[in-house]
Design a binder for this molecule. Structure first.
Ligand code: HEC
Ligand code: HEC
Length: 433
């Protein structure tokens, strides 16, 4: 009681404001969260689910034919088993450098991206001699797999101001006496040249905007060039005209449909049965008590209606505004000892022309600091993920938790000291998310 009364009046007021905001809609029902109507959401989903062909611009290098292939569990917009391979090496001074991957018998070297695509459209009947499949050369000794992520509810994450993340990082660092200090990373907003915003999407917080991410994924996962990412990774055996993604009769390109689809998804709901059991509730209390919730933050609140985010490119509408949601994540970067050593490539994510633009507050040293950091995995919907952690290498909650070292070491110690019945309760809580 004493501590509570001791809090500054403002902090108490902010606490009540946050907790009184209406709940963001949840559900795996393929219905809109209210941003658009259900008919529009269904049209956007058709685009997200569409299987692209070579004539649409698929490839030359790619991973899958549809967004849905890697984002469909349990409904379109979820996560899935699809993952990807990233590699590189350390250069002078121990800094991470992107790989150099020769293709087509060495006639071309793919540079400037850490992603290695698993598929290619040739050799084929039309191009029998074009051997463009990427393979990892011996020089690239740093490598990781990164599993796919859930997108449902991400519209609410996008609808948060940069300030909220900056304040969260500071409060977390103060409260833990500098043991846990999430990194805020400013990243380019590709649709707003020159503008940056706080990265919150991807395992490395490489994007702030769902439209930027859609353009990036369309090129790098599917090989479809678009207005945000107009340059093919290679032109060998490429025949479709550029950019592959052009606006339809409604004036919207596929990337616009993808971004609107993700923005309008509902947040993942809890397991309705488990969430209410005494065991899961006890686990939830332990989760907070031993410090998991310092990074896996239970509740966040979106900005008010009319607020501009994404460097001014997106205005928060009534449907997304002032909603509380429960991601069990802080969307900040942490070193919990699982880092893969990889610094996200700027040209891969923000386009080959990004260096011809001056981006407000973009910092190469800040990017380099992220080499061994990973965004706190948001735990909403974690019960639907059989493969855990960025590399998918942990299969049980227990295994995932004991892999937390670094900033989380003191919390992991507390977990290890729990009685086995308390650990069971904690796992039951995780199974309810
Ligand atoms: C081959 C599998 C694959 C395909 C196809 C794919 N993605 Fe992803 N997606 C991933 C992986 C893996 C990640 C995590 C990437 C990372 O951060 O390293 C991801 C992350 C994302 C994120 C960030 C989510 C978050 O909460 O951080 C968004 C948004 C996204 N994808 C959208 C799309 C869209 C839109 C498409 C279609 C154009 C698409 N993806 C196609 C595998 C895929
Ligand atoms: C210092 C911040 C921090 C603390 C404290 C923390 N985590 Fe995490 N957690 C992370 C990060 C970062 C990841 C992603 C690591 C990776 O993928 O390599 C993660 C991943 C996870 C995952 C895997 C989720 C998935 O979708 O793959 C689980 C489960 C998890 N944490 C549970 C817990 C529990 C339970 C506690 C408390 C005992 C805890 N964490 C404490 C930062 C933290």
């Amino acid at each position: 009681m004493k501590i509570f009364l001791g809090l500054p009046v403002l902090a108490v007021a902010a606490y009540f404001l946050a907790s009184s905001a209406p709940e963001a809609p949840t559900g795996f029902d393929n219905k809109t969260n209210g941003l658009v109507d259900d008919a529009t959401h269904a049209v956007d989903q058709t685009k997200f689910d569409e299987v692209e062909q070579i004539s649409d611009g698929l490839g030359p290098l790619y991973n899958a034919q549809s967004c849905r292939e890697c984002h469909q569990n349990p409904t379109s917009g979820g996560a899935a088993q699809g993952g990807e391979l990233r590699v590189g090496h350390r250069g002078p001074g121990g800094k991470f450098e992107n790989p150099e991957i020769p293709i087509n018998h060495g006639s071309e070297i793919i540079k400037g991206r850490s992603l290695v695509n698993d598929r290619a459209i040739c050799p084929s009947g039309a191009f029998p001699a074009a051997e463009i499949q990427e393979r990892v050369p011996d020089s690239e000794h740093i490598h990781t797999f990164r599993v796919s992520l859930n997108l449902s509810g991400d519209g609410f994450v996008e609808a948060m101001t940069d300030r909220t993340f900056v304040d969260l990082a500071k409060a977390q660092c103060d409260k833990s006496h500098h043991k846990i200090c999430g990194q805020v990373l400013y990243v380019p907003v590709v649709e707003a040249p020159g503008q940056t915003a706080v990265g919150r999407f991807g395992w490395k917080d490489q994007h702030a905007s769902l439209l930027s991410f859609s353009g990036d994924a369309y090129l790098n996962e599917m090989g479809i060039t678009n207005r945000l990412q107009p340059d093919e990774v290679t032109n060998i055996c490429n025949t479709a005209s550029e950019p592959n993604d052009t606006p339809g009769s409604d004036g919207l390109a596929d990337v616009d449909h993808f971004a609107r689809f993700v923005r309008a998804t509902k947040a993942p709901p809890r397991d309705a049965h488990l969430a209410g059991t005494p065991k899961a509730r006890q686990g939830g209390e332990l989760f907070t008590k031993i410090g998991c919730a310092e990074c896996h933050v239970e509740t966040l609140t979106t900005a008010s209606s009319g607020t501009k985010v994404n460097g001014g490119a997106l205005t928060i509408s009534d449907a997304m505004a002032n909603k509380q949601f429960h991601p069990y994540g802080d969307f900040l970067l942490h070193d919990v000892g699982t880092g893969d050593g990889i610094v996200q490539s700027m040209t891969e994510h923000y386009g080959k022309k990004m260096y011809s633009i001056t981006w407000k507050g973009l910092s190469v040293p800040e990017f380099e600091k992220t080499a061994n950091k990973i965004r706190t995995a948001p735990l909403w919907g974690v019960r639907l993920r059989p493969r855990l952690m960025h590399d998918g290498a942990s299969l049980t909650f227990s295994d995932a938790i004991v892999r937390h070292h670094g900033e989380a070491a003191h919390v992991t110690q507390k977990f290890e000291r729990l009685k086995s019945s308390e650990k069971d309760a904690l796992f039951e809580f995780l199974r309810s998310l």
